[in-house]
Design a protein around this ligand. Structure first.
Ligand SMILES: C[S@@+](CC[C@H](N)C(=O)[O-])C[C@H]1O[C@@H](n2cnc3c(N)ncnc32)[C@H](O)[C@@H]1O
Length: 485
C-alpha cells in the first residue's frame, strides 16, 4: 500500500496558522476520507442488504483517486472492525461529533492501532491521536478479557464460524430414497425434510457426518441448502427428451469439480439422459471423478477440458439442452475492465433452453453486474430471466430490470452466500432442429416434415451459447481463469 511516513500533529502557533500540508500529508488525509466514504457505503449495504456494492466497485468509482491505498485501507479496517468497535467502546472517547463520522473514526483507529506510521494531519486524526493511550489501554484490556495474547488470536476469535448453522445433507436418490435416509439418520440425529429443496434434509448445527456410513457410501452428500438449490433451479427433467427428436438429451455442467452439483443433476435426471461434466483443473478432475464414482451415477461423462474450447457442433455437445455455469468466484477486478474481452460467436447450440449461472459470491460485481451485462445478448438469443424458487423471499439487488427473478442467499441470515440466475429461452425461440448441425441422422421424411415448419422459425439463427454468451459470463467475472478454487 502506498502510505506515508508519520508526522506528528503540529501544535501551538503553528497549529493556529494551519500550515500547508505536504503532498504526503494531503495524500494520507484524502485517502482516509475516501476510505471512510467507501466504508460507509459498505456498512450501509450490510445493514440494508448485504453487498449493495462490492468494495472494488465502490473504490473504482471515478470519485476515488487513490484506489489502491483506499481499497487496502477499507479491507484492513473491515477485517479489524469488530476489535476496533470493542476498543472504541472500551475507551469511551467518542462524543456526538465523532459518532456522526464514525467510519472515519474506524479508519483512523485502524491506522493508529494496527496500521503503519502515517501522517496524522486532520481534526479527526488529532482527536484520536491525542487519545492513543486510551485506545491502546482499551485494546490491552480486551486481550485480557478474551484471554488472548496476540491480535491474530483476537481476529480468529471474531471470525469463529457460526455455530448456529444447521447441517444439510442431500439424499442421493440414485442410491437411496429420502424416507429410508430419514429412518437411518434419525437413529442418531433430529432430522427434518427441508421445506424448499426436494431430497434435502436438515440436521442440527454441529452434527459431524463426515464418517457417517451414508456419507461414506455416497447415499447422502453433505451439501449446503443454497448449493443444493442450484441444480434444482436448472430443473432437468428425468427422461428429458429433445423437443423434436425423441432422443434423450444432455445437460452440460461447465465448471464441474468437485462435482456436488454434477451428481445432483444426475440424480434429478434419475440416471437418464447424460450429464457432461467439464473441468479445467487437472487436480480437481480427480475429485470430480471420485465424486461421480461415489454417487453411482452412470449418466455422467467427465471431460478434462476448458469448456470454452468445446465445439458445440461436436456430437457429444450438440444435444445439450440445459447448462449449469458455476464458475469460480474471483472477488477481484471489475466488469467494466473485462467487457473488452467479449468475443463474437460463430457456432450454434440451438437447442439449449435453460441456463443457470450461479456463484458462491455475495458481490454485486460477480452477480447482478454480470447478469446485467449479458442480458442484451441473452435476449437476442431469445432468453429471458426466469424465477427459480418463486417462494424464496431473498431476490437480487435492485440494480437491473428483472432483479426480482434473481435469487440470493445471505451469508448471515441464511448462513451461506449464494447467487442464482436462471435464463430460459422463450418458446418459439428455440431454433428448429432441422437447422441444427446434427440432424443428418434423421430420416428423409422427418427432415422434410421439420423443414415445413414456419418460415419464421426457420429463419431464427441463434448465435453461440458456448461462445459469446459464456465468454461474457466468464470475462465479466474478473480474473476468472487465474483464481481457481
Ligand atoms: C465453483 S467451482 C465448481 C463447483 C461445482 N459446481 C460443485 O458444485 O461442486 C468452479 C470450477 O470451475 C473450474 N473451471 C474454471 N474455469 C474453467 C473452464 N474454463 N472450463 C472448465 N472448468 C473450469 C474450476 O477449476 C473449478 O473447479
Amino acid at each position: 500500500m502506498a502510505r506515508f511516513k508519520a508526522k506528528q500533529p503540529s501544535s501551538g502557533a503553528a497549529e493556529k496558522k494551519k500550515p500547508r500540508m505536504s503532498n504526503a500529508e494531503r495524500s494520507a488525509y484524502f485517502s482516509r476520507r475516501e476510505a471512510a466514504k467507501v466504508l460507509r457505503s459498505v456498512l450501509q449495504g450490510d445493514a440494508h442488504r448485504r453487498a449493495v456494492a462490492s468494495i472494488k466497485s465502490l473504490v473504482y468509482s471515478p470519485s476515488i483517486k487513490n484506489k489502491k491505498a483506499t481499497f487496502a485501507l477499507v479491507c484492513q479496517t473491515l477485517k479489524h472492525l469488530p476489535i476496533i468497535k470493542d476498543v472504541l467502546e472500551g475507551a469511551n472517547i467518542l462524543n456526538s461529533r465523532w459518532k456522526r463520522q464514525v467510519e472515519l473514526v474506524y479508519i483512523i483507529t485502524y491506522d493508529i492501532l494496527f496500521g503503519q506510521e502515517i501522517s496524522f494531519v486532520g481534526d479527526a486524526e488529532k482527536f484520536l491521536l491525542q487519545r492513543k493511550v486510551s485506545l491502546q489501554s482499551a485494546l490491552a484490556r480486551l486481550l485480557v478479557r478474551k484471554k488472548m495474547k496476540r491480535i491474530e488470536d483476537l481476529l480468529d476469535h471474531y471470525q469463529t464460524p457460526d455455530v448456529s448453522k444447521p447441517r444439510y445433507v442431500r439424499v442421493n436418490t440414485l442410491k437411496l430414497d429420502v424416507d429410508s435416509a430419514l429412518i437411518e439418520l434419525r437413529k442418531q440425529y433430529m432430522v427434518e425434510k427441508d421445506d424448499l429443496v426436494p431430497d434435502l434434509l436438515k440436521l442440527p448445527p454441529k452434527c459431524d457426518l463426515h464418517d457417517h456410513p451414508l456419507v461414506m457410501n455416497g447415499s447422502v452428500f453433505m451439501q449446503g441448502k443454497a448449493s443444493s438449490m442450484v441444480a434444482a433451479a436448472l430443473d432437468p427433467e428425468p427422461g428429458w427428451e429433445h423437443a423434436y427428436f425423441h432422443i434423450s438429451v444432455k445437460v452440460l455442467d461447465a465448471c464441474a469439480a468437485p462435482g456436488n452439483k454434477t451428481v445432483h443433476l444426475a440424480a434429478l435426471m434419475r440416471g437418464k439422459g447424460k450429464v457432461i461434466a467439464c473441468e479445467l483443473n487437472k487436480e480437481r478432475m480427480k475429485r470430480l471423478a471420485d465424486t461421480v464414482r461415489l454417487s453411482g451415477a452412470c449418466n455422467i461423462e467427465v471431460f478434462h477440458s476448458d469448456f470454452l474450447s468445446l465445439d458445440p457442433k461436436d456430437p457429444p455437445y450438440s444435444k445439450v439442452r440445459a447448462i449449469l455455469l458455476d464458475p469460480s468466484c474471483s472477488g477481484s477486478g471489475t466488469v467494466a475492465e473485462r467487457l473488452d474481452h467479449l468475443l463474437p460467436s460463430h457456432a450454434a447450440v440451438p437447442q439449449v433452453e435453460r441456463i443457470v449461472y450461479s456463484t458462491c459470491s455475495i458481490h454485486q460485481i460477480e452477480n447482478e453486474d454480470v447478469v446485467k451485462s449479458i442480458l442484451p445478448l441473452a435476449a437476442s438469443h431469445g432468453f429471458r430471466l426466469a424465477t427459480p424458487f418463486p417462494q424464496w423471499h431473498r431476490r437480487g439487488l435492485p440494480v437491473l430490470e428483472g432483479f426480482e427473478h434473481l435469487l440470493r442467499t445471505d451469508p448471515v441470515e441464511d448462513k451461506e452466500g449464494f447467487f442464482i440466475a436462471l435464463f430460459i429461452r422463450e418458446e418459439g425461440s428455440v431454433i428448429h432442429p432441422s437447422l441444427s448441425p446434427d440432424s443428418s441422422h434423421l430420416s428423409l421424411v422427418e427432415r422434410t416434415k421439420r423443414k415445413n415448419l414456419s418460415k419464421k422459425e426457420a429463419r431464427i439463427i441463434l448465435p453461440t451459447l458456448f461462445g459469446g454468451m459464456f465468454k461474457m459470463f466468464l470475462y465479466s467475472k474478473p480474473s476468472f481463469r487465474v483464481n481457481l478454487k
